[in-house]
Design a protein around this ligand. Structure first.
Ligand code: SAM
Ligand code: TMP
Length: 407
């Protein structure tokens, strides 16, 4: 097998964990045995030169992001507030010049850009997944159904002029072809413009052993150090970082054209914290892998014991993340007979690889199970509050991040 090369700097990547054969995390199938179910080797490594943690195998983008892409950003009320707060912040800070312009990569169903459109500010969402792009357009968002890359960026600049803000949430880490993206960003930004993106943070993943953040769509696992290095290759500079509590721990990075802005002290602080944590250190990353195996064994042992005791256990939240935990652990319908999820795009289908039926959330209470495996653990507060009668009636949640626990 050929050694994988770093998608940022070309050095040979050192693999530190192999999850084995995995399906596409968002490929909810209509029936078991569908001949077109796609599998690949999910393994993760670190570049010893530029420190970028990344998958060692890339899935072709059209297999993941297409007309039927089922992830709907607006399914969480907490995330709706998160993005409308950010839109307000952009409107009050970066978008105050005359006739400002903002471009969003991966705008999905318009969760963030709707607030910008409502404020009458010039914007464009670039979204390759046609179904979710249509939902954004129906909310009054201007959308281009396309993959953002260098040629798209040049075209946008020619039509709309330079962007004051380019923004991407939970999207940049999905894009292996970073050279094309960052050349496009550098060419599209106004001289004092900013590229702001937020993605799951490797520091949180390692600290909390949130291993199910690793799946086909999450190609990169960023740190301030790897982002700073990556940015510099394209004439960009890391000028701010902000830690976020959403999705199990993220960082919002701000890049500007090199020399255009003074980096905030938060950048140096996070870089120092990361050096102490050893986030680019192979021994630290291998120790993370050993913890992943322990969590898998504990989870399977708990679910097997509950089944043998005759308890009813169901899943909650058919997340993309859950493809990793269910497939890697070999958890199927014998341990978890169904998973509840609010997304109409997933209901009536089967989870990728493990073929567990996805059902609407009203099935949860009719009748309540004894235990619920919280696969959407990143939305724990919102879901536990919504489903408080479950626990009040004696039901218990099973969590597996940062450890297997029953609460
Ligand atoms: N921004 C939303 C959020 O945070 O909830 C959506 C995130 S979703 C996990 C990732 C999105 O990125 C998908 O809607 C996908 O279609 C889109 N995407 C993937 N590759 C892209 C590219 N090259 N340019 C723009 N969007 C892309
Ligand atoms: P995410 O972790 O990628 O945001 O996916 C969350 C999944 O969980 C998505 O399929 C929607 C589902 N979900 C529910 O079923 N109920 C809820 O209350 C929330 C917030 C999410």
């Amino acid at each position: 097998m050929a050694e994988p090369n770093c998608r940022i700097c070309g050095s040979v990547v050192e693999e530190f964990f192999d999850f084995g054969r995995q399906p596409l995390s968002d490929a909810f199938v209509e029936r078991a045995g569908a001949p077109d179910e796609f599998f690949f080797r999910l393994a993760v490594g670190v570049c010893p030169h530029c420190t970028m943690v990344q998958l060692v195998e890339e899935v072709p983008r059209e297999r993941m992001f297409h007309e039927d892409y089922p992830y709907l950003s607006s399914g969480s009320s907490f995330m709706r507030s998160h993005f409308s707060d950010l839109a307000k912040r952009f409107l009050a800070t970066e978008l105050t010049a005359e006739d400002p312009f903002i471009v969003e990569l991966g705008c999905n169903d318009g969760i963030m850009l709707k607030s910008i459109a409502d404020a009458g500010v010039r914007h464009l969402g670039v979204e390759p997944s046609g179904g979710v792009a249509d939902l954004a357009a129906a909310k009054g968002v201007r959308v281009r159904k396309d993959f953002f890359e260098e040629s798209t960026a040049a075209d946008i600049r020619a039509t709309d002029g330079p962007a004051d803000v380019i923004y991407a949430a939970n999207t940049l880490c999905h894009i292996p072809y970073m050279d094309s993206i960052l050349r496009g960003v550098a060419g599209l930004l106004a001289p004092r413009g900013v590229f702001v993106f937020e993605d799951p943070y490797l520091g949180d993943i390692v600290e909390r052993t949130s291993f199910d953040q690793i799946y086909d769509e999450h190609f990169y696992f960023f740190t301030a150090r790897s982002v700073r290095h990556m940015a510099a290759r394209f004439g960009l500079e890391l000028v701010d970082v902000e830690r976020l509590g959403v999705h199990g721990g993220e960082v919002r990075y701000t890049l500007a054209l090199a020399g255009a802005r003074t980096p905030s002290p938060a950048v140096a602080e996070l870089l120092e914290r990361e050096a102490g944590q050893g986030l680019a250190d192979l021994a630290v990353l291998r120790a993370f892998g050993a913890k992943v195996e322990r969590i898998r064994d504990d989870l399977v042992a708990l679910l097997t014991r509950l089944r043998d005791e005759g308890k009813r256990v169901v899943g909650y939240g058919a997340t993309a993340k859950s493809a990793t935990v269910l497939n890697f652990s070999g958890i199927g319908v014998d341990l978890v007979p169904f998973v509840c999820d609010t997304s109409p795009t997933k209901q009536g289908r089967l989870t990728p690889g493990t073929h567990i039926p996805v059902v609407p959330p009203d099935r949860f209470s009719s009748p309540y199970p004894d235990y619920a495996l919280l696969l959407a653990w990143n939305h724990a507060d919102e879901i536990m509050e919504k489903e408080r009668d479950f626990r009040a009636g004696g039901g218990r949640w099973i969590l597996y991040v940062p450890d297997v626990q029953v609460v």
